[in-house]
Design a protein around this ligand. Structure first.
Ligand code: HEC
Ligand code: HEC
Ligand code: HEC
Length: 346
């Protein structure tokens, strides 16, 4: 028995010494020139595959992904966040990207062996020690679905023409600041799920863009977009959207939301006092809501209610007691109002 224990101790000692030699003497060659040793790539990929299968949500929790707006939003985010590594249908990866170890697969290959629930897990979590990044906003797991919807469209055989149509630039009149065509690609061309910017004033736009850039307001999509521009460029873009005159149709606003929006509570003023129409307590950095996208309003009210969007204590209090039906009624009412510039506008 003693002999066995001594042998085991000696082996453990040797193992530790070997490990220490690799770490401290630099014996392991980290060069990416030669790829992994035979077998290592297989071990890593099999570990990755099984880890995802174990942790992905059940398939019946996957929402409906067959919406053109969802696919378009995913495609436009993917174009700057993922395409540099995985490319898009019709384009090649650069020689430098193909020299990564492991090599990022072309997106058509990357999606082939995964289901939507697994793709959601991979894009939200990333893959450690591979170069595959995690979603930048840890509180916004639901925001990954548009990307999964786009990946599902690729799996269904998205053509090069369809790809180009999905990411065509938005309109940018002469004299627009750099980036305007890129921003408007999402903000003016996607019908649902993306907020309109033309109802906002410059202080709110600038404050919000800096919060995204610094990761204070979390959104993997907007943190990516805002981090591509300098503070001075964001200021120009804020001024550009603030100078736009909002136009667009209004529909008949449903009554239920009107009453809720005008009813304050003990500590909290009415929604309309801060957000309009005709706000009495608004400041430049308060957002207007009249004519705003309905799906966006629902998402933001849920984020305030669950404490995941910070930044305004009063707004957290205003939303914390709303139930789902009230959130939907308020969003439907504000979305149906005629779009107007700033919360003070009547
Ligand atoms: C810096 C390069 C890089 C970026 C940016 C990147 N990825 Fe990856 N991705 C990788 C690498 C490398 C792997 C391979 C991981 C492995 O096989 O171990 C990978 C793996 C994947 C896989 C799994 C494919 C497989 O190996 O089976 C999917 C799906 C994927 N990425 C989608 C995305 C999406 C969507 C984005 C953007 C939100 C993105 N990636 C951004 C490098 C990148
Ligand atoms: C890939 C699509 C996409 C692109 C490109 C994009 N945005 Fe956004 N933007 C969104 C989405 C989605 C949201 C909602 C994010 C959230 O939930 O916080 C948003 C939110 C915003 C908001 C907050 C509006 C509000 O009412 O709270 C501002 C301001 C904004 N974007 C400005 C910009 C500017 C400026 C650019 C260009 C630099 C830009 N966006 C590029 C999709 C995009
Ligand atoms: C005391 C003023 C105040 C009251 C009352 C108030 N809000 Fe807000 N609300 C704000 C401020 C300030 C923000 C922006 C905070 C930030 O971006 O950091 C905001 C943001 C929002 C947003 C996100 C809009 C966007 O474009 O990003 C929605 C939606 C919203 N409020 C709805 C409501 C509703 C519905 C009510 C009534 C139940 C309400 N608010 C009551 C001050 C208020």
């Amino acid at each position: 028995m003693r002999k066995v224990l001594l042998t085991l101790a000696a082996l453990a000692g040797l193992g530790l010494a070997g490990g220490a030699a690799v770490v401290f003497l630099g014996l392991y060659n980290v060069s990416a020139q030669s790829g992994h040793l035979p077998g290592v790539a297989w071990v890593l990929h099999t570990t990755f595959r099984n880890a995802v299968e174990l942790r992905a949500m059940p398939p019946d929790e996957v929402p409906d992904l067959f919406s053109p707006d969802l696919v378009a939003l995913g495609a436009r985010h993917y174009a700057t966040a993922c395409a540099p590594c995985h490319s898009v249908p019709g384009e090649a990866r650069t020689a430098t990207i193909r020299s990564m170890v492991p090599e990022p697969p072309r997106i058509e290959e990357a999606v082939a062996e995964w289901q939507p629930n697994e793709l959601h897990w991979i894009v939200y979590n990333g893959v450690k020690m591979s170069g595959m990044p995690a979603w930048p906003a840890v509180t916004r797991e639901e925001e990954v679905w548009p990307v999964v919807a786009y990946l599902a469209a690729i799996k269904e055989g998205l053509t090069v023409e369809e790809q180009q149509a999905l990411t065509a630039p938005g309109e940018a009149p002469e004299g627009s600041p750099p980036g305007a065509a890129y921003c408007s690609g999402c903000h003016a061309l996607i019908d649902s799920g993306v907020p309109r910017l033309d109802i906002h004033e410059a202080p709110f736009l600038l404050h919000t863009l800096s919060e995204y850039r610094d990761g204070i307001r979390q959104s993997g999509i907007m943190q990516q977009a805002a981090s591509r521009f300098s503070p001075a460029q964001l200021e120009e873009l804020a001024a550009f959207y603030a100078a736009m005159e909002p136009t667009g149709p209004a529909s008949a606003p449903p009554e239920a939301g009107a009453q809720l929006a005008a009813r304050g509570t003990g500590d909290v003023p009415a929604c309309t006092a801060c957000h309009g129409p005709g706000a009495s307590e608004a400041r430049g950095d308060f957002p207007a809501l009249a004519g705003q996208d309905e799906a966006f309003l629902v998402t933001q009210l849920r984020l305030w209610r669950s404490g995941e969007r910070g930044g305004s204590e009063l707004m957290t209090q205003a939303a914390e007691d709303l139930d789902d039906a009230e959130i939907e009624a308020l969003a439907a009412w504000y979305a149906a109002l005629p779009p107007a510039k700033g919360p003070e506008a009547e």
